[in-house]
Design a protein. Structure first.
Ligand code: PLP
Length: 392
């Protein structure tokens, strides 16, 4: 006799139960919509958590994958592969940095950067890694060591030594010194509530860097690949990283991560010091390259314009509805901070109205539409949100 009555029961019966899944059985996903097996159509303002920069199954991405698939799928990093080389060339052209290492995910990019910065710092006898409160860098022991929140770490202690978590409003002149090896941060915290880094923090950091010579690692895993109206969000600020962490949208919907390194750290690792079987998978690199080739200055300025429109309209809604405390973010990475009601309730009600978003810390509803979203789709979202907030 069958142990489970239907396929969703099988999901919880067989798959480790660590996600809170919505009752949406995905049938197909096209553009800004996900369709379920009941014929329902959901407006996708989540984009696979900032993965599908060009929406679901964009033509250029599908074509690039099909084209690569007709040549080879996986061969090993022992051989030269043009999708990797071309994507690395593109990332270097965009950032002006020097070398790329490909991984499979955001977490692995963080892990690689921790190892690389330690390899740079060990001979200099610098030991301390600094990271920020509210940060999210991934789920490995290294990444979690850079994060404060106990909910991610509960019952899994101990973590790495020599990691200090500071508040971005702290006086870092009292914290950073000659023992500081590296400072990790996101310029806009995604999981941490769509919070933008204070410019005073960046100014102090640059001053201290000149004095103590440490590395700056900027986590662009969620903010990168056009999300804020620039290729990488740090370009909106007066700062240049030594290492950029990338993933999510980088692979055009396939698993891919990267660290992009400045000249300063471009020859620290020697043969065999780090590596991966799958990192830089040719299909993922071809898909990611198709996305980056599609994004140009005109596209980025459209992202900025749509982001301004969305935030402006949400600001107007805030004036009409006092459940919204603040609208924050940049480009098409927008957070709506709520008061009185939990963000989870709004996410749930939007889901019942066939709109997909997710929540973030600090009671924030996180909005991550595809970067090529239309104004019409933004208006549909705004209407549904207003309806939901009025009903609550
Ligand atoms: N860093 C940031 C800023 C993220 O948003 C995430 C994922 O949400 C990660 C790191 C971890 O990436 P992944 O889930 O691909 O391991």
């Amino acid at each position: 006799m069958e142990k489970f009555n239907n396929i969703t029961e099988k999901d919880s019966g067989y798959i480790y139960n660590i996600y809170s899944k919505k009752p949406l059985f995905v049938e197909k996903a096209i553009g800004t919509y996900i369709y379920d097996d009941q014929g329902n159509k959901y407006l996708d303002f989540l984009s696979g958590i900032a993965v599908n920069a060009l929406g679901n199954r964009h033509k250029v991405v599908v074509e690039a994958i099909e084209n690569q698939l007709s040549k080879y799928l996986h061969v090993s990093n022992f051989f030269f592969q043009s999708p990797q080389i071309l994507l690395a060339e593109k990332l270097i052209a965009i950032t002006g940095l020097s070398k790329v290492y490909f991984s499979n995910s955001g977490t692995e990019s963080t892990e690689a950067a921790i190892k690389l910065t330690r390899a740079w710092a060990n001979p200099k006898k610098k030991n301390t890694i600094i990271a920020l409160k509210g940060a999210f860098h991934g789920r490995s022991y290294g990444a979690l060591s850079l994060m404060e929140q106990d909910s991610y770490k509960k019952n899994m202690y101990p973590f790495l030594d020599n990691c200090k978590i500071v508040d971005s409003n702290d006086n870092i002149e009292k914290i950073i010194n000659e023992d500081t090896a590296v400072v990790f941060f996101e310029v806009i915290q995604g999981e941490g509530g769509i919070r933008t880094i204070p410019s005073a923090f960046l100014q102090s950091l640059l001053k201290l860097k000149a004095k103590y010579d440490f590395l700056i690692v900027i986590d662009e895993i969620q903010t990168g690949i056009g999300r804020t109206g620039k290729y990488f969000a740090y370009e909106n600020f007066d700062i240049k990283p030594d290492i950029i962490l990338s993933a999510k949208a980088l692979g055009g919907g396939l698993p891919l991560g990267a660290i992009i390194c400045s000249e300063k750290v471009s020859s620290v690792w020697q043969y065999g010091q780090h590596g991966t079987t799958f990192g830089g998978n040719p299909l993922a690199c071809a898909a990611g390259l198709a996305v980056l080739n599609y994004i140009d200055d005109k596209f980025l300025s459209e992202v900025t314009k749509k982001g301004v429109y969305l935030s402006l309209k949400l600001g107007e809604l805030r004036l009409k509805n006092n459940l919204i405390e603040e609208v924050r973010g940049m480009g098409l990475m927008v957070g709506i901070k709520l008061n009185e009601i939990p963000a989870a309730n709004v996410v749930e009600s939007l889901f019942h109205n066939k709109v997909l978003v997710c929540k973030s810390s600090d009671n924030v509803v996180r909005i991550l539409p595809p970067l090529n979203v239309s104004y019409e789709e933004i208006n549909i979202f705004l209407e549904k949100l207003e309806k939901v907030l009025n009903e609550i």
